[in-house]
Design a protein around this ligand. Structure first.
Ligand code: GLP
Length: 233
């Protein structure tokens, strides 16, 4: 993995944007997209750009279980607001949080990923080093699954919801094996509260206790940080 530390999040987002632009020029057709506050500066740059995604496909990492696409806290809603309304893709896919048949939904999503191999995958990271919603202990061989969120993840997500009891306790998430199959991966992390997770990811052993640590084994992975997230390296 290549670790690059920037003065601030905006410069890191600009670097990620340049990689996006280059990937499109090089013929990339499928982009793996992430949610959370971290990729927002990147999505702003994409929205304001003249890049054209009308021939491209996007596949998102995850979706809250039980939330429909028109729920303001759903990741489908987030993606429309952050990107798709300004930059439509030929196809954009997210897990369907309203599908109450996990076997069917996870099989559908795995098939989509198989049919659309990801050229460039964007990742954020959780404070416990989760990627997508793959919490510590998830098998590195995992594919899409319905995940029980950890208490710390539920609490970290609480800021987006009015009441604690509204925060979903489960989510559909692309698996770690699928994330690792992307040709290129860019992980973004900003702020002091990600410093420990970044230290464990970059300098710790590759271990299922630290989901993002598997990225050490990816052949083309960039970790883009601001100084606060890099402060323990
Ligand atoms: C959620 C998402 C992750 C994201 C993480 C961090 O758990 N499923 O994909 O990386 O939040 O969010 P933030 O970027 O807001 O810190």
């Amino acid at each position: 993995m290549k670790v690059i530390v920037f003065d601030n999040a905006q410069s890191a987002a600009q670097y990620a944007y340049n990689q996006f632009e280059q990937a499109l020029k090089d013929g990339a057709t499928t982009f793996g997209l992430a949610t959370g506050s971290t990729p927002e500066p990147l999505y702003q740059l994409l929205r304001e750009s003249d890049l054209d995604f009308t021939q491209a496909t996007s596949i998102n990492l995850d979706e809250y279980y039980g939330l429909s696409a028109d729920h303001p806290q759903s990741y489908a809603y987030y993606m429309n607001e952050q990107l798709f309304h300004a930059k439509p893709f030929a196809h954009h896919y997210l897990p369907d949080g309203t599908n109450t048949d996990p076997l069917q939904e996870t099989a559908r999503y795995d098939q989509l990923i198989e049919d659309n191999p990801i050229d460039l995958q964007i990742l954020g990271i959780g404070q416990n080093a989760h990627i997508g919603f793959n919490e510590p202990g998830t098998s590195f061989n995992s594919k899409t699954s319905l995940v029980d969120l950890t208490e710390s993840t539920i609490q970290a997500n609480q800021r987006f919801f009015e009441r604690m009891e509204d925060v979903p306790k489960q989510a559909y998430s692309m698996g770690i094996q699928s994330i690792m199959s992307a040709k290129k991966i860019i992980l973004l992390a900003f702020g002091e509260n990600k410093a420990q997770a970044i230290y464990d990811t970059v300098e710790g052993p590759v271990s299922e206790a630290v989901p993002a640590s598997i990225l050490q084994n990816h052949p083309d992975c960039y970790i883009l940080l601001d100084e606060a997230a890099a402060s323990q390296l």
